[in-house]
Ligand binder design. Sequence first.
Ligand SMILES: C[S@@+](CC[C@H](N)C(=O)[O-])C[C@H]1O[C@@H](n2cnc3c(N)ncnc32)[C@H](O)[C@@H]1O
Length: 232
Amino acid sequence: MTTITDSKQRKSQLHEYFDGIGFERWAAIYGEAELSSVRKTVRDGHNVMLSNVQAWLAEHRLAPGATILDAGCGTGLFSLAMAKLGYRVTAVDIAPRMLKLGVQQAEKLGLREQINFIAGDLEVVSGKYDAVVCLDVLIHYPSSIFAPLCTRLASLSRGPLFITYAPYNALLAAMHWAGGHFPQTQRRTDIQMIKADFVQETLKAARMRVRRSIHVGRGFYQVNLLEANLIS
Ligand SMILES: C[S@@+](CC[C@H](N)C(=O)[O-])C[C@H]1O[C@@H](n2cnc3c(N)ncnc32)[C@H](O)[C@@H]1O
């Protein structure tokens, strides 16, 4: 069983990581810097995942000015793409350094007015949005914290919810276990695997049904992307 203290601790670790040693790593992956072949697979996989979300979201034909919540926006790649399409975006991230890159980019592209950047925990956000996305964020939380976060995200959408999670796989689980014993500097970002059934049950309890789901796998980037809609 996970307590509120466990959840706070995990969020605080992620805040520290993405504002600290993880910042350069992820800013490079989400930017245009030269990368090692391993990290390039992460950039490529992430780009494929983002393209899929954009294509799925486009099918909803949201009107210009519709509202989108980008929960755990990182450096704002998805938020910026949505603002370019004329949507009004709320972009929240627990790591101010990641968020700051998004703000700078939005200013450069003349999109600052369309994006409300919030530094903080995605659970502080309230209201209803026409679509909610939470991409490569829940992959960092164990199932006991994943469930309340996912339930909260579902409650914020009056339309679709798009999330990614790291699917459970026995071989990957063994690799993660072994990886946990490497020296700190050589470890990759901590990923928590969740079983697909658990994700579906969590969404169902939040009155959402999985509409579609795909696996995006490129080298070290392995996630399941899904779209869930409200059960009417
Ligand atoms: C791997 S990055 C993904 C960034 C972005 N969603 C993307 O796909 O480009 C994960 C991000 O989630 C943020 N994050 C983790 N937990 C969070 C929480 N509880 N609330 C808001 N942001 C969170 C981290 O600070 C980090 O920027």
